[in-house]
Design a protein. Structure first.
Length: 546
């Protein structure tokens, strides 16, 4: 009886949480839909960015301020705290997922918060980007990370492991996006380059003048840097565009499309700065994103047929104004709270880049040059002891004795900011919305509700769930009465061969191009291979070839 009562109480709690989600009774579809995600931005970041702006005479309001409409409870299928792969994927697909998952249906777990459909495990879940693209809308992504990083991949690729960039980058290239601006030149393969030539995509690499002069109407990728872009505070504007500039360019290109567009803009590295407990990085990365918000809102208001939804995918670091290191918090002036951080001229990574090329005798003066801090002899020794040790995983920067960690430690010792962790946190995130008829999300919603709204406001004719079954069916079901063979010589890109009579179909995994009787053709959507169940997921319509 006790166990039954516990199960009933859990079910009641789930129903109450679900019923608290509020979507406007009427959601009028619009021509253009824009999603903006300041990754890992906890509520404390908005507050600190706003006060920093006031202290430095940059303005008293953030561009996002007039559009706040509620909060989002964001989580994984089996855990209240999520990382960017499952949380962003839920925004994109409406399907709750587990850590590491990129837009697929998850495995079941003993700790599942909501029921998981075990019959769909590993099936790719169609994204709002794919749904709008297949209904003849233009689509684009603007990010400050390397392009197959979690959030951009969430909207345009499918796999169970976010770290497999070979698979994710290929799928993203074969999505035939109209626009992609961000980082990741090192990730491009010869196959991707050849595909761009075949489908007419203009590829711009580390050429800011070419980027700024581009005024075409075709597909275009512009990538800057080997991997992620530099933080905005470290960025050379003569070499790398800001997220605001990239967003404005994307809007100019996409708005030429007659049928409308979908655009996702991510302020990727607010999250990275929070992982590093980097106070100036957190604040300035958000402010750079906020300038992109200004561009988007100006466009949406002037256009009159565009909806915008802005929300982080999760919190990070427990960043606060005030910490146990600063007593008498209620009597601290703006200068005491924001004077020190306002002198920091580089992010912790920017300072690291300076110090690793600085002789030990000059480190004190260089540190003061960029921070206004006269470090002590003990702090100098701490920096020198970590000089040659760099943490390669940005999520673990605050957990190891690397140079970035020690720089952040010194910077934070002069501020009154607090952190609870170097990882993600589980608080609700702020939600901002705009719709020309004010049909927006209000109150507290779940991340799955965000996707429901996106499907409604975009006017999709086919639900994403139905689309998933249409374009991501198991090859064993689509070609049930045919001879199928999977060549796994290349483990990342197996080739499926299907034969019936004199007809032969060959499909390379994680692409959208196949061969039928030796003649190449575009499938219309990406084909995904999952090695865990030896299954290709592809459109049901391929059976019509035979």
């Amino acid at each position: 009886i006790i166990n039954m009562m516990k199960r009933f109480s859990l079910l009641l709690l789930i129903l109450l949480i679900a019923s608290s989600s509020i979507i406007s009774q009427e959601v009028k579809p619009v021509k253009n839909v824009i999603v903006m995600i300041p990754d890992g931005t906890s509520i404390g970041v908005f507050s600190a960015a706003r006060w920093y702006s006031i202290y430095n005479n940059l303005g008293e309001r953030l561009h996002i301020d007039p559009y706040f409409t509620g909060t989002v409870t964001t989580h994984s299928s089996n855990a209240p705290i999520g990382d960017s792969a499952p949380t962003g994927s839920t925004y994109a697909t409406g399907v709750l997922q587990q850590t590491g998952n990129v837009a697929i249906y998850p495995e079941t777990s003993e700790t599942d918060i909501y029921p998981v459909d075990a019959t769909r495990t590993y099936q790719p879940a169609a994204t709002i980007l794919e749904g709008m693209k297949l209904e003849n809308k233009a689509v684009g992504l603007v990010v400050t990370c390397e392009f197959p990083h979690a959030t951009p991949a969430d909207f345009s690729a499918h796999y169970y492991n976010r770290r497999n960039y070979n698979v994710l980058s290929s799928q993203m290239a074969y999505q035939n996006l109209d626009v992609l601006f961000g980082g990741g030149n090192e990730i491009l393969t010869e196959d991707i380059r050849q595909h761009f030539q075949n489908n007419g995509t203009t590829l711009i690499q580390d050429e800011i003048t070419t980027f700024r002069n581009y005024d075409g109407s075709g597909k275009v990728w512009a990538l800057f840097g080997d991997m992620e872009l530099l933080y905005d505070i470290d960025r050379n504007p003569d070499k790398t565009p800001s997220i605001s500039e990239m967003t404005e360019k994307a809007l100019r290109i996409l708005s030429k499309k007659e049928n409308g567009f979908f655009l996702m803009v991510e302020g990727s590295q607010v999250d990275w700065a929070a992982h590093a407990n980097d106070p100036i990085g957190i604040i300035t990365e958000y402010l750079a994103f906020d300038k992109a918000v200004e561009k988007v809102m100006n466009f949406a208001i002037n256009d009159g047929n565009t909806a915008v939804i802005i929300m982080p995918d999760h919190g990070n670091s427990g960043f606060t104004i005030g910490s146990s290191n600063c007593r008498g918090y209620d009597r601290l002036s703006m200068k005491q709270l924001f004077g020190a951080v306002s002198k920091y001229k580089l992010s912790v990574y920017g300072i690291e880049a300076v110090l690793v090329n600085t002789e030990p005798d000059n480190i004190k003066s260089e540190f003061e040059k960029y921070t206004g801090i006269e470090i002590t002899d003990d702090e100098l020794q701490m920096l020198l002891s970590s000089k040659n040790y760099k943490e390669n995983d940005y999520m673990k920067v605050s957990d190891s004795n690397n140079l970035v960690y020690n720089i952040a430690k010194i910077l934070n010792s002069r501020t009154c900011f607090g952190y609870t962790t170097g990882g993600h946190t589980g608080e609700e995130v702020l939600l901002a919305s705009y719709h020309p008829q004010d049909h927006v999300l209000r109150g507290n919603v779940r991340n799955v509700d965000v996707n429901k709204y996106l499907q409604q406001v975009s006017g999709l004719q086919t639900s994403l769930s139905d689309l998933s079954d249409r374009i991501f069916a198991k090859h064993t079901e689509v070609f049930a009465d045919m001879t199928c063979n999977i060549d796994e010589k290349d483990s990342d890109f197996p080739i499926l061969t299907v034969k019936k009579g004199n007809n032969t179909l060959k499909i390379k995994a994680h692409t959208s191009v196949a061969e039928f009787n030796g003649k190449p053709f575009d499938i219309g959507s990406v084909v995904v291979y999952i090695d865990k169940n030896k299954t290709f997921y592809l459109p049901k319509a391929l059976i019509e070839l035979f």
